[in-house]
Design a protein around this ligand. Structure first.
Ligand code: PEP
Length: 257
């Protein structure tokens, strides 16, 4: 199973700080072990620069969102076709901030995943429950619904090209992290859902943890059987922290049977 550390920069950085952050990662990229895949998702205006700077390294560049249509009268939107044309290889779909602030439904997120898959881009599909949903014990049902609602339509071959990120909404940007046990039990649940499509899907799809993951809590999280790395927000904006997370993921992968 692949191990992945992906950085979601959200709406942060400017041209100068984005360039500096990418340069700091590129400088260290030769030391990234082959056992960990590193992905960065800068804001749209800096994607071209990121692709150019990361060329010749193992760092892959992702977008944070895309529109599901190929082109057309959707002012302000960016299509997967455009992303592919500049060398972007992956794209986050269904981040909880998109669900919350831009009312993205599971069906719409599924359309985005379909657009990405059709073009050979890797969707990083996000799911996760809100605080009240966990408190009322509905977290497994919520994640099941999100998975089925957005990914239910895809063939096994398509599903095998998806990366899943479990991101409990109450842990995103809050400093609250799922415990190792909470993360593992939800990742195992997601793995079991994937298994209903066949062992090959369950064996191929990496499930990343996201939600206030940082160098001080990553070791325990990344060591969980069904945690295959992390989707990192805040800590991905500080090169040393992100690089430390890559190292922790590498060590954790190396120590697995
Ligand atoms: C995210 O937004 O995907 C995320 C995990 O954020 P943070 O690490 O800041 O909680």
């Amino acid at each position: 199973m692949r191990t992945i550390v992906a950085g979601n920069w959200k709406m942060n950085t400017d041209r100068v700080s984005a360039a500096a952050l990418i340069d700091a990662l590129v400088k260290e990229s030769a030391s990234f072990g082959a056992e960990v895949e590193v992905i960065i998702a800068p804001p749209f205006p800096f994607l071209g620069m990121a692709v150019e700077k990361c060329a010749g390294t193992t760092i892959r560049v992702a977008a944070q969102n895309c529109h599901e249509a190929e082109k057309g009268a959707y002012t302000g939107e960016v299509s997967a076709t455009m992303l592919r044309s500049i060398g972007v290889q992956a794209c986050i779909a269904g981040h909880s901030e998109r669900r919350q602030y831009f009312s993205e439904s599971d069906a719409r997120i599924g359309e985005k995943v379909a657009a990405l898959l059709a073009l050979g881009l890797t969707p990083i599909f996000c799911c996760g429950e809100k605080k009240e949903e966990r408190e009322s014990g509905r977290h497994f049902d919520v994640v099941t619904e999100q998975m089925k609602g957005a990914l239910g339509r895809f063939s096994n071959a398509e599903l095998e090209r998806v990366i899943i990120a479990y991101e409990p909404v109450w842990a995103i940007g809050t400093g609250l992290t799922a415990s190792n046990e909470q993360a593992q039990e939800m990742h195992a649940h997601i793995r079991a859902l994937l298994h209903t499509h066949g062992a090959s899907v369950a064996d191929h799809v990496p499930i990343l943890y996201g939600g206030s993951c940082n160098p001080s809590n990553a070791e325990g999280l990344f060591a969980q059987t069904d945690v295959n790395g992390g989707l990192i927000g805040g800590a991905s904006l500080v090169a040393e922290h992100f690089l430390e997370l890559v190292r922790i993921a590498s060590d954790s992968k190396a120590s697995r049977p």
